[in-house]
Design a protein around this ligand. Structure first.
Ligand SMILES: C[S@@+](CC[C@H](N)C(=O)[O-])C[C@H]1O[C@@H](n2cnc3c(N)ncnc32)[C@H](O)[C@@H]1O
Length: 280
């Protein structure tokens, strides 16, 4: 079990997909144009949202391995991907999805990324990808991760890494103090040691640049509007609960903050594309 429910991931999926940076997605598609077959590993796959958004950018024959520590989410991923595809064949341990002209082979691997990283990654892949994962990991994990990918010469594409910017509509006088407390909570150990939280995108850029990767980073903020009311309310609830756990804000202020009906929010994210060094 992880802290992420399939229902929460379902709620955020449409917003995640529309928020991804389009220029970076095109750069990824350009890099892999003509590659066939393409081997992809998705880390912390949840219910498979990243595959549903990324596979349309890639070639006609794709082999994905979806990795997560949470067996229930891996099961939910298989069910949602089967429903998403135009057609599907189920093998012993593989799904073969047909989506438009693409054939997408999918395997599932239950693994803890904080443990044996090489085993979690499996054989070298052309592309290692993730969504909404890297703010949970520690700076030390990022160092190990970038070095491991460099050895394997895999490209890396990760989207929706939280970058620390958070603004609510309407604003509340306690927002700045609440955000500070939230960031303290974000730095807690999420299974990898003290988490990078809002520093994650900067650290990823640094670590991959140190491994001589060509790194591009671009904005993928959630810009939530009144029609995203369900997600805004859930987000505010989770945010206030995290702040409450820190004990940094008094109960009256917290109650007053919770009482506000919010009609919008901006949550800053970054997408990162890191391509291995060109061969001399
Ligand atoms: C915020 S969710 C994102 C899920 C999915 N990538 C998406 O965009 O919808 C983070 C995911 O990372 C997984 N995760 C967290 N810690 C992990 C670990 N140590 N090893 C493998 N997966 C992990 C969780 O189970 C969860 O599915």
């Amino acid at each position: 079990m992880s802290a992420f429910s399939a229902e929460w991931l379902d709620l955020r999926e449409p917003v995640d997909h529309r928020s991804r940076n389009k220029a970076l997605a095109h750069a990824l598609a350009r890099h892999f144009e003509g590659w066939r077959p393409l081997r992809v590993v998705d880390l912390g796959c949840g219910t498979g949202s990243n595959l549903r958004a990324t596979a349309p950018l890639l070639g006609p024959e794709q082999h994905w391995t979806l990795v997560d520590v949470d067996a229930a989410l891996l099961e939910a991923a298989a069910a949602r991907l089967t429903a998403w595809a135009d057609g599907c064949e189920a093998g012993a341990d593989t799904l073969v999805l047909c989506k438009g002209p693409k054939r997408i082979h999918v395997q599932f691997r239950r693994a803890d990324l904080a443990g044996d990283l090489d085993a979690a990654l499996g054989p070298p892949a052309d592309l290692v990808t993730a969504a909404a994962l890297f703010d949970l990991v520690s700076p030390a994990f990022m160092t190990r991760f970038a070095a491991t990918l460099a050895t394997r010469k895999s490209a890396f594409y990760t989207v929706l890494t939280y970058d620390g910017d958070q603004r609510w509509t309407p604003p509340h006088a306690a927002d700045p103090r609440m955000l500070e407390a939230f960031h303290r909570h974000q730095g807690r150990d999420k299974g990898f040691g003290s988490a990078a939280g809002p520093a994650a995108a900067d650290l990823l850029r640094e670590r991959f640049a140190a491994a001589h990767y060509r790194v591009q980073e671009a904005d993928s903020a959630w810009r939530l509007e009144p029609e995203d009311a369900g997600l805004i309310a859930d987000l505010a609830r989770g945010f206030a609960a995290a702040v409450a756990e820190t004990g940094a804000i008094d109960a009256l202020t917290l109650a007053d903050w919770r009482d506000v009906v919010r009609t919008g929010a901006l949550v800053g994210h970054a997408d990162t594309l890191a391509l291995p060094p060109l061969r001399p």
